[in-house]
Design a protein around this ligand. Structure first.
Ligand code: TXA
Ligand code: MG
Length: 313
């Protein structure tokens, strides 16, 4: 039922917002931008609506979704926000930080949204379109990235259309996203803060999980995959490679000519999409420094390289 649908793309305005809210209220899905990547949103309180997200993305049912909230009161009705989570909320919300906290037993969230876990991932986006949709519907919105499961995340409406066109009814287009890298995810349970996914913001005191357990079920080694082989830390492109540059390495297009990591993060998925669509058989990427957002960029690039290898194997 989610296949073979006509996908409309509407520029963000009052009419588009009304249309988007109508789909959400009727239990359907809508793609909408956040400050990181475009999300595929549905009413998190409806099992049938959440099921449509999994169906449209072909996402495995064991991989839980991020629940987007309009304000702290809505977050508190869903998850246990203790004092540490509260201080992170004050520092980073609205913004690209997702908090995994214990799910309240009385939370009105569909089981499928958390994949049956006793924790829930909560996020308050700063993007006007996501905020407007949350306010217009009055519902918490489950919203993973708006791409077929395992594929590159979308930073433009055109990327969503390419991946999910024909499977969803509406994309709200509000231009390229500013952040470009999916939100930082930390788990807060008791006193510890564990980093589950590196992202645009760094959380002081967060501990990287090193025991090999997949704490964020979506953090599979191979993820964010282009369809072509991807070579990392490249200095010079081979003739059959489309090269993504950084700093002194110019490439066919650059993440940032000045070596600015924030700019590089914002452009990462856009250039991976372009490289994947180019007339060359392979992709090469210049070396990116391992600090700040560079950690998140390298995390995505390593998964993309593994994912491409898995797709080819
Ligand atoms: O920037 C973002 O976070 C974007 C925008 C649309 O909000 N969303 C996004 O969602 O990247 P998604 O589904 O592509 O990635 C969410 C990650 C997955 O790896 C999932 O396994 C993890 O969050 N996750 C969700 N709920 C969790 C939970 N209760 N415990 C641990 N990990 C969880
Ligand atoms: Mg994703």
């Amino acid at each position: 039922m989610t296949e073979d649908r006509f996908t409309r793309v509407l520029q963000f305005d009052d009419a588009a917002l009304r249309e988007a809210a109508r789909f959400i209220t009727s239990g359907d899905v809508v793609a909408v931008p956040t400050e990181t990547v475009y999300g595929l949103a549905a009413d998190a309180t409806s099992g049938a609506a959440v099921a449509r997200i999994y169906q449209a993305k072909q996402r495995p049912g064991f991989n839980p979704l991020i629940v987007h909230v309009a304000d702290l009161a809505q977050a508190r009705a869903i998850g246990e926000i203790g004092s540490i989570a509260q201080s992170l909320v004050e520092e980073f919300w609205p913004g690209p930080l997702t908090l995994v906290v214990p799910l309240r037993v009385d939370a009105a969230i569909a089981n499928a949204a958390t994949a049956g876990l006793t924790t829930v991932a909560l996020r308050m986006s700063s993007h006007r379109a996501m905020q407007a949709l949350l306010h217009a519907t009055g519902k918490p919105l489950a919203a993973p990235s708006a791409n077929i499961s395992g594929a590159l995340s979308p930073t433009r409406a055109a990327h969503v259309l390419q991946s999910l066109g024909g499977r969803i009814p509406l994309i709200v287009d509000d231009g390229a996203t500013q952040g470009g890298i999916e939100s930082t995810i930390v788990a807060v349970d008791g006193g510890a803060i564990r980093l589950l996914r590196a992202g645009p913001v760094e959380v002081a005191g967060s501990v990287v999980v090193t025991d090999g357990a997949i704490e964020a079920p979506g953090q599979l080694a191979a993820h964010y995959a282009p369809t072509k082989p991807l070579r990392l830390d490249a200095a010079v492109a081979d003739p059959n490679e489309w090269m993504i540059g950084f700093g002194a390495v110019a490439g066919d297009a650059t993440l940032s000519a000045t070596g600015d990591l924030r700019e590089a993060g914002a452009r990462l998925f856009d250039l991976l999409h372009r490289a994947d669509a180019s007339d060359r058989a392979k992709i090469a990427v210049a070396s990116i420094p391992e600090y700040g957002i560079g950690n998140a960029i390298n995390d995505r690039l390593r998964r993309a390289a593994l994912g491409a290898a898995a797709a080819i194997a």
